[in-house]
Design a binder for this molecule. Structure first.
Ligand code: FES
Length: 151
């Protein structure tokens, strides 16, 4: 499904709730942007479909809980990206523990996530326009590359 124009209020109809629940992960193109709509444990999420690391396709990535945060695991190099915020999470060593032990850290928001809403059994996505540049933009065509060059 491709939706090129920005609709009223920026809300793109992306499908019927039942179908998106059954599919679990659905690819959509909205305003020329490729997205993944994810249904997991009773909630919908939407994020750019290409991983911020090296453009891997996130679709069919496993979803797991890391330190209390649901993340999609990029199939390409296994980076973990939080579904709700698009943060890149990684496991490091916490030197404040004695002895130093493993701890989950955030690299900050790396993947652009979008707003999902439901009305009368239909699901809508509104593209996030802020901030003006996030790393995953790089894999969304020429505009992302130009913005990165400016950053
Ligand atoms: Fe490398 Fe996603 S492309 S982890």
């Amino acid at each position: 499904m491709e939706d090129k124009e920005q609709p009223a209020g920026g809300l793109h109809l992306v499908g019927k709730k039942d179908e998106l629940i059954e599919a679990k992960q659905s690819f959509r193109t909205l305003e020329g942007r490729d997205l993944l709509i994810i249904y997991h444990q009773g909630a919908f999420y939407a994020m750019d479909s290409y991983c911020y690391h090296a453009g891997g396709m996130l679709q069919n990535g496993d979803i797991e809980d890391f330190d209390g945060r649901l993340c999609i695991i990029c199939p390409k190099h296994k980076y973990k990206i939080s579904l709700a915020e698009g943060e890149g999470l990684y496991k490091g060593t916490d030197p404040s523990q004695n002895p130093p032990g493993p701890k989950w850290y955030s690299k900050g928001v790396k993947q652009r996530v979008h707003t999902v809403t439901e009305t009368n059994g239909e699901v809508y996505v509104k593209l996030a326009k802020e901030p003006s540049w996030i790393e995953s933009d790089y894999y969304q065509g020429e505009k992302g590359k130009v913005e990165r060059a400016k950053a």
